[in-house]
Design a protein around this ligand. Sequence first.
Ligand code: ADP
Length: 487
Amino acid sequence: MRKSIRVKFTLWYVGSISFLFLVFGILVFLKLQTVLIGNIDAELLNGGLSLAHDLPEYRLKDKNRPQSLYTMDLEGELLFSDDLEQEVKEIFSVNVAFVQLITCPENSGDSPQIVAGTVNLKTPLPFPEKPGEKIGSDSPHIQTITDIFPFSIRMINIRAYDYHKNPYILQIAISMKEMNQVLQNLLLFICFLFPLLLILLSIVGFFFMKKVFSPIKQIVDLTNRITAKDLSKRLDMADNSDEIGELAQTLNHMIERLEQSFARIRQFSEDVAHELKTPLAKLKCNAEISLRKDRTTAEYQNDISAIIKDIKTLEQITNDLLFLSRMDSRKIPRSFEKFCLHELVLSVFEETHQSAHEKKLIVDFGRIDPVDIYADQGLIKTMVDNLISNAVKYTRPGGIIRIDLQKQNKDAELTITDTGVGIPEADLPLIFDRFFRVDPSRSLETGGSGLGLAIVQKIILFHDGRISVKSSPGKGSSFFIRLPRVK
Ligand code: ADP
């Protein structure tokens, strides 16, 4: 099933914020717990130290009875057990404290005796497991006890001494009930807030994402509407400076390129149809004329020769088109070899020499350097042949054709110059286009289809070469070809 990117983003957004909220909630809970326990511990320690500080004022009346611990005040003798309640109330004003004083037996096997305890202690506080050891050190020991009362308590054991330096253990406990209540409330609050936040985040997130993704939806809708038939539409968010604007701009450029390619394809199809129409009409006409009445063998031979000529023109056009299409799709096999370009140029000239001679053209070989190139000999021959043939075709009788071949750094530069009709400056950028002819009526005389230079350019680019033209109407043209040479 296709999941909308908007839903995906909403889920990610809600998921990540919920996760952060959960982590935050846990951290707050743990921090509060530590702070509250810390407060209780501080109260236990301060209160315990203050009680322990007062104990040396008390002495034993009866050495065998620790409960007889007493002190003297203005009213006479005061037992520790009677005084404890009042002292505890004064010291522990925030939380209710449970206090118990026990003896600290010297012999670790003996169990301690309770000296005094506050009235709120219904059950005695648990004795330290090894009172001798723990109380041997002066560091107070604080622990949480859960199994004595129906609620948890935090308890401290502090060593204290009476007037005679007899050791005791002062045990003070504070209930954790209130603290746990606070923590429980917080937990409940988080548990209630979490699903509420989840719902709110989902709603807000969904509408927020809808807004964020609305330009993308627009892009999708419009690109769906743009088809090969109507490539004139453009996306209007291209002015936005954000990523969406950049995407729209890229799509607009792509559509523009597509529009141009479609226009070229349409133009090309029209050109092909047009080019084939004339020789086909001529062919049909010649055949119909020859059938109209009985003719002699010689007349039939004459007519068939004219028909074959037209067929050859058609064959040439289709072969050229096939060649260009193969070059476009790189279906031409690369049969490269090293050969002498100067020898090839001379041999091509030998072949075209006859037509140049017939037009009384002067062919002048300028500088011809011996140059080797690594290329497809058949293709290079076609290229040179097209250029020399054009020079012969478009130069008036008595004109001059000059051929130069020079080494230029890493390249071989072939220059074919003629004193022919020349090409107007405005047409120079178009002469390599398929079916382009400067003067179609003139080309009709010469039999050109306007594909020769397109083929020349394709072959040169296929060999990583370059071609440029200089021409002035009425004076002549120069074609400069550069091909990488072999050293
Ligand atoms: P074509 O088969 O018509 O010669 P090309 O592709 O070889 O087609 O050339 C395209 C057009 O460029 C020609 O129709 C012609 O007008 C012009 N052209 C090519 N070579 C020359 C030249 N040497 N002198 C003048 N015009 C030329």
